[in-house]
Design a protein around this ligand. Sequence first.
Ligand SMILES: CC(C)(COP(=O)(O)OP(=O)(O)OC[C@H]1O[C@@H](n2cnc3c(N)ncnc32)[C@H](O)[C@@H]1OP(=O)(O)O)[C@@H](O)C(=O)NCCC(=O)NCCS
Length: 277
Amino acid sequence: MEIKPLDNDTIFAEVCCIGGNRNLDMKSELTEQERTALRSVQIKLEWLKKMIPKGLSAKIAYEGEEAVGFIEYMPIEHSNFHKGKDLYIINCMIAPHTPPWEEPQEQRIPGCGSALVQAMIENVKDKCKGIVTPFGFAYTEDMKDFFNKFGFEEFENEGLKMLIKRFEPVEIPSPIRYEQKYQFRQVPGKVVIDIFWSSKCPADPYTLLNLRDVCKEFGEGVVINGFCVDDRETLVKYGIESGTYVNGKFPWSTYGPLEKKEIREVLTNTLKANNSK
Ligand SMILES: CC(C)(COP(=O)(O)OP(=O)(O)OC[C@H]1O[C@@H](n2cnc3c(N)ncnc32)[C@H](O)[C@@H]1OP(=O)(O)O)[C@@H](O)C(=O)NCCC(=O)NCCS
């Protein structure tokens, strides 16, 4: 296994490197889902390119030619959700494990996660006073014991619970909270979808693209409003971090990426309910 820096040769692998999307760019034939995933990683790619000059970086793990994991981090000053300085924050990380959707089950590469964290520490230790991270990410929500092995400790500040690894004394960050101001605006005779999405993880654009495609199938009966929350102004205006609302309600059983099938089901039922009023 080799850990490579984020550069022109590895950037595409970084954005593709989640679960089922892994190494999409290397596949010769793509399924419909993979084509949508590829469109969504392009959106993340654009965001990443904007963030790199601001200090965002990453390390990518390779097994031979194949990218198998990554860790992405940036100066906390660019986080929309934390007040802090002289710290880096881990945006996301992944090493081979078994996410729920993957068939056949993926083989762990013992030591991969550790190698990524150590490479990140080496990269930032002279650029900041410490690193903070959430307790875990999407499918491994509790990574506290994993991060403890590298000297990360738990802290709580104004309700913000995270882990910190200090290189020198540093003020712990506090949360930025947004007041929820979003109000559903009805359009008579139509189903209205409001999606709040960010480019930070390809999962959100994946839902956005699926929603747009399915809305086209439904024609004029459905209206879609997309709100990109990459910048703070939109967060301040609406106070919603992410989520897809249908007629002002959250009808999904998951906060994860939405597939076309479940979108069609919800829209069909909502249109039926609208028509029977
Ligand atoms: C957590 C994760 C990074 C661990 O990767 P890994 O390659 O298995 O890590 P390592 O092999 O380097 O593990 C180092 C040690 O931590 C332990 N460890 C691994 N995952 C752990 C966890 N979740 N909690 C506690 N300990 C853990 C290992 O057993 C190992 O212990 P040892 O030193 O006693 O042998 C990996 O499981 C992962 O990426 N999970 C998914 C994260 C995710 O959902 N990301 C977002 C996707 S969108």
